[in-house]
Write a protein that binds this ligand. Structure first.
Ligand code: PGA
Length: 249
């Protein structure tokens, strides 16, 4: 893993967008794996700016999102489908036919999950996967204990994730308890991975991701074995690293 430590969230977001831009310019039909949550919003904002000001072209890009809450329809303001259109898709020239997001309303999760994996394969695999990290060390919605070789499936959210994500809902009881998520193995197969983490509440998970053992208890730790992963942190998210200081890269 390559670790980049930036001063703050804005710098982190600019660096992440620069890497995505490079991928899209190098391979215009690049396949992006996309994440939701607060962390990638700044990166998406920068990409929108690059599209508007420099003509960064998404017309041939295909995207696959990591996850979606079960039971939320695509037009629900807290659904990840809604999030992606609000924060990126409505503002760049990606072709809606090339956008894939897990369907939180599917009646046959198993069939849907298999087909989602097949679609990723048919697209040639994910070229660049953007990830956040949960305070419990999850990637996607792969909570502690998820076998690291599992693929897209229905999962139960950890109590800590429900707590973390309740800030987006009116009350904690409204947070869905289940989600469909790409598995750690699906994520691991991306050719390049860009994991972003910002803020003090991620520092513990980041330290375990980078300096702890590879374990299903911290599903992000599987990335230690990945041949092409870049982790971009701000100083607060990097604050609990023991071996890696700001000047060691
Ligand atoms: P956040 O979520 O970006 O909203 O902190 C990250 C995650 O849970 O993966």
């Amino acid at each position: 893993m390559k670790i980049i430590i930036k001063k703050d969230y804005d710098e982190l977001s600019r660096e992440a967008a620069r890497i995505v831009k490079e991928a899209v310019q190098t391979k215009p039909d690049t396949v992006l794996g996309l994440a939701t949550g607060s962390t990638p919003i700044g990166c998406y904002r920068e990409l929108i700016k690059m599209h508007e000001e420099e003509g960064l072209d998404f017309s041939q890009v295909t995207s696959f999102n990591l996850d979606e809450y079960q039971g939320l329809p695509a037009d629900h303001p807290q659904s990840y489908n809604y999030f992606m259109y609000e924060n990126l898709f409505n503002r760049v020239n990606i072709n809606p036919k090339n956008i894939f997001i897990p369907d939180g309303m599917t009646e046959n999760v198993e069939k849907f999950s298999k087909e989602y994996e097949e679609k990723i394969k048919e697209a040639g695999g994910i070229d660049l996967q953007i990830l956040g990290i949960g305070s419990d060390g999850h990637i996607g919605f792969n909570e502690p204990g998820t076998p690291l070789d599992s693929r897209t499936q229905l999962v139960k959210l950890a109590e800590s994730t429900i707590e973390d994500n309740s800030r987006f809902f009116e009350k904690k009881e409204d947070v869905p308890r289940f989600a469909i998520t790409m598995g750690p193995q699906t994520i691991f197969e991306a050719k390049k991975i860009l994991l972003l983490a910002s803020g003090e509440n991620k520092a513990e998970a980041v330290a375990k991701l980078i300096e702890g053992p590879i374990t299903p208890q911290i599903t992000a730790s599987v990335l230690q074995k990945h041949p092409n992963t870049i982790v971009i942190l701000d100083e607060k998210a990097a604050s609990k690293l023991k071996k890696h200081g700001r000047n060691s890269f």
